[in-house]
Design a protein around this ligand. Structure first.
Ligand code: ZN
Length: 381
């Protein structure tokens, strides 16, 4: 496919590290060729007038189980690629398809399909896979089936790593389980980030895990011991340990606005990451649906196992960022960083608004609507 050239005129620029700029951006050969000022439009370049809208790095979703009817644990590569295209049109330019606990052979098969989808290279980039499980605490399993939870095993971790063809990037585990320390060491050797979650562990378990190299906490406040002033628990450790970046589902269902404000104050603007934790039902209309043998009900932004617990989230990461900004009284740009710059930094990806970087960009208005989005310079909206 020929490379598209675009000149985006008159945008507010969401530059790295809290800096805002103004000016134009030139996209050429899939990269940001020039940024700021008023470069002349090269012949053949298409011009897009931003009219003061925000040009921002694309959103990166570190935790998303499915979207627009595709469950990443079950869908064929073609359906995953179609979901990646829809995500790109909605401002998500990269993501980690996320798999929850399942029998090992099923996880291995899903990892193979996701690797095949990644090779198609359509829509949002698949930067890797997030395995949320199966080494999780039964007492805090949430929507994970008890029968699918396993004692941490380095042999099983290695099996899953091989099945992912190197795509395994993030592993959520409960650090207090016997064998977890060995799996954390194995993950580190493979360059897989460890995130702590679905855990019955206490502050001491989090402290030891952070010392062993754990970098993240999965959906802060959900599926862990809550904060109490005399028994601070996992949430207390997550909020106060500067070694740990915290993921947060801000869909107005999983976490309240004051808890989100507390998390932002405790972690600061660089150590909080918004995630969608969306499931296949994201983008579907309200009503009943079925996947993987389970019946679900979607109503008013809440997605539940029929007659049971929350079954995941159904808001896009873009909606979560917009909710976060509105409810906490922040400019959208500040919330956007939590879902773009921060996950990129955690993954060690050189993305963002700087000349020479890949053109994974979103032009977004103050209401959070996407006017244009690009992945590697290719326009998806
Ligand atoms: Zn979870």
């Amino acid at each position: 496919m020929p490379h598209e050239e675009w000149l985006i005129r008159g945008a507010r620029l969401l530059l790295p590290d809290g800096v805002m700029g103004r000016g134009d951006a030139l996209i050429s050969r899939g990269r940001i060729a020039a940024l700021g000022g008023r470069p002349a439009a090269p012949s053949g370049a298409r011009v897009l007038d931003a009219r003061g809208a925000l040009l921002a790095p694309g959103l990166i979703d570190l935790q998303i189980n499915g979207a627009w009817g595709a469950d990443f644990a079950l869908a064929p590569p073609e359906a995953i690629a179609r979901a990646a295209e829809r995500l790109a049109g909605d401002g998500v330019t990269a993501f980690l398809p996320t798999l929850i606990s399942a029998p090992l052979p099923r996880l291995e098969a899903a990892l193979g399909r996701i690797a095949a989808a990644a090779a198609l290279g359509r829509g949002a980039r698949i930067l890797g896979v997030h395995l949320e499980g199966p080494f999780l605490a039964p007492a805090r399993r949430g929507a994970h089936r008890r029968a699918h939870l396993r004692r941490p095993s380095t042999a099983e971790f290695e099996r899953l790593w091989r099945a992912s063809k190197g795509l395994l990037r993030l592993l959520t585990l409960a650090p207090e389980l016997p064998g977890a320390a060995a799996v954390m060491r194995a993950a580190r050797r493979r360059g897989v980030l460890v995130s702590l979650g679905h855990t019955a562990g206490d502050a001491g378990d989090f402290d030891r895990a952070a010392a062993a190299g754990a970098r993240m906490v999965t959906h802060l406040f959900n599926a862990m011991e809550p904060f109490h002033h005399r028994s601070e628990g996992a949430a207390g450790a997550a909020l106060t340990d500067d070694r740990l970046v915290c993921g947060l589902i801000y869909d107005r269902v999983h976490v309240g606005a004051r808890a989100a404000a507390l998390a932002l104050r405790a972690k600061g603007p660089r150590s909080l990451v918004l995630v969608s934790d969306a499931v296949f039902a994201l983008g579907l209309g309200p009503g009943r649906c079925r996947s993987g043998g389970t019946d679900y009900e979607l109503r008013g932004g809440e997605f539940r196992v029929r007659g049971g617990p929350l079954g995941g989230a159904v808001r896009t990461l873009r909606a979560c960022a917009a909710f976060f900004a509105r409810d906490l009284g922040l400019p959208l740009a500040d919330a956007w960083r939590l879902a773009s710059e921060n996950p990129a930094r955690l993954l060690g990806e050189r993305l963002g608004l700087a000349a020479g970087r890949p053109a994974d960009l979103v032009l977004v208005d103050d209401g959070g609507r996407v006017r244009a989005s690009f992945v590697g310079g290719r326009r998806w909206k």
